[in-house]
Design a protein around this ligand. Structure first.
Ligand code: HSE
Length: 339
């Protein structure tokens, strides 16, 4: 079946997946029999567009790149109307993350799932705040709710624990979960100032729309919550996770660590111990010989402590346009192969 894809949000990730789908059409068809059209896009800055037979994606990428509004296939349908009443079979929810209210993504996801449309998302709001409810709604409507991109961008984490690692009991997950702060700490160690490097992280598309979420550790806290609830059935709320970011780390702190043969890393962890779930997000000084010390830039690394394999570590990109766009592709392919 040809998938009719809709995008909610045409920012960094929306454009990333659009470029991938534009460039890999023949490969994805030949290799996986995956056929698709992008038929709807809703974006508060560029406008809502709909063409049941497929949109002009190259034109839209050009217009968005020039910060111009869309001009072709404009529709008067409001976003939730489009979500419900278009021929879209799978919606990609790619609007900005709001970890306080989850909005507007939660409304988008609920409306799509209730209308019997699959949802694929890298938005941490619905996954961190309401995963069990969203999953139940998806199951009741016979559709998928896929969230690989919410943790470590396209580097496989959620699908890894659900797929290849299924059957292993995981007692601890810990590591570097935020690309922006790891990039900042890497560059600050080389002498760049906090403000300067944060600006570059925003330009590179690593940081959240509101970068407070990155530097205060809230983004990593959302990811810890998602992992705790999905992998360990912890049933915790995001506010249960003690959280400290990197805003208090000064150039003196970085020098202090360096002199001791150490390096600062923002570490997120969730551990099942003594029948309880322990979680945290905090900066730690790790020895330069520690495996996480060598993980630099916007890279993420997560170690899973398992009962049958011991430690399994995955290292890969944690942020970025194509890197997060890939997480959407991998979930779209899952939907294609399993529905
Ligand atoms: N702002 C996030 C990060 C993006 O830097 O890790 C990926 O979730």
């Amino acid at each position: 079946m040809k998938q009719k894809i809709g995008l909610l949000g045409f920012g960094t990730v929306g454009r990333g997946i659009s470029e991938i789908l534009r460039d890999k059409k023949d490969y994805l068809n030949k290799k996986y029999g995956f056929e698709y059209d992008i038929v709807a896009v809703a974006d508060f800055a560029f406008g809502n567009v709909y063409n049941p037979n497929g949109l002009d994606i190259p034109l839209m990428l050009e217009q968005a790149g020039n910060k111009e509004k869309f001009t072709k296939d404009l529709t008067n349908m409001e976003t939730l109307d489009l979500v419900k009443n278009s021929n879209v079979s799978v919606w990609c929810e790619l609007t900005f993350t709001d970890l306080n209210t989850g909005g507007p993504a939660i409304d988008h996801v609920k409306t799509a799932l209730s209308a019997g449309k699959h949802v694929v998302t890298s938005n941490k709001g619905p996954a961190a705040l309401l995963y069990p409810e969203m999953k139940k709604l998806a199951d009741e409507n016979g559709v998928k709710f896929m969230i690989e991109g919410t943790v470590c961008a396209g580097t496989p984490v959620i699908n890894l624990t659900d797929g290849p690692l299924a059957g292993c009991e995981i007692s601890k997950i810990s590591g570097i979960l935020n690309g922006t702060t790891n990039y900042m700490l890497t560059e600050m160690e080389k002498g760049m100032s906090y403000d300067e490097v944060l600006k570059i992280a925003q330009e590179k598309g690593y940081a959240e729309a509101d970068p407070t979420g990155d530097v205060e550790g809230y983004d990593a806290r959302g990811k810890v919550t998602i992992l705790a609830n999905i992998v360990m059935d912890a049933g915790i709320k995001i506010t249960d996770v003690p959280c400290q970011g990197i805003t208090n780390i000064t150039p003196d702190d970085i020098d202090f660590a360096k002199k001791q043969g150490k390096r600062w890393k923002l570490i997120g962890s969730v551990e099942k111990r003594d029948g309880k779930i322990h979680t945290s997000v905090a900066p730690e000084m790790v020895d330069v010989s520690h495996p996480l010390a060598g993980v630099m830039g916007a890279t993420n690394a997560l170690t899973f402590a398992t009962d049958m394999l011991g430690d399994v570590t995955i290292v890969g990109p944690g942020a970025g346009k194509i890197e997060t766009g890939f997480s959407i592709l991998t979930d779209l392919l899952y939907v294609h192969r399993n529905s």
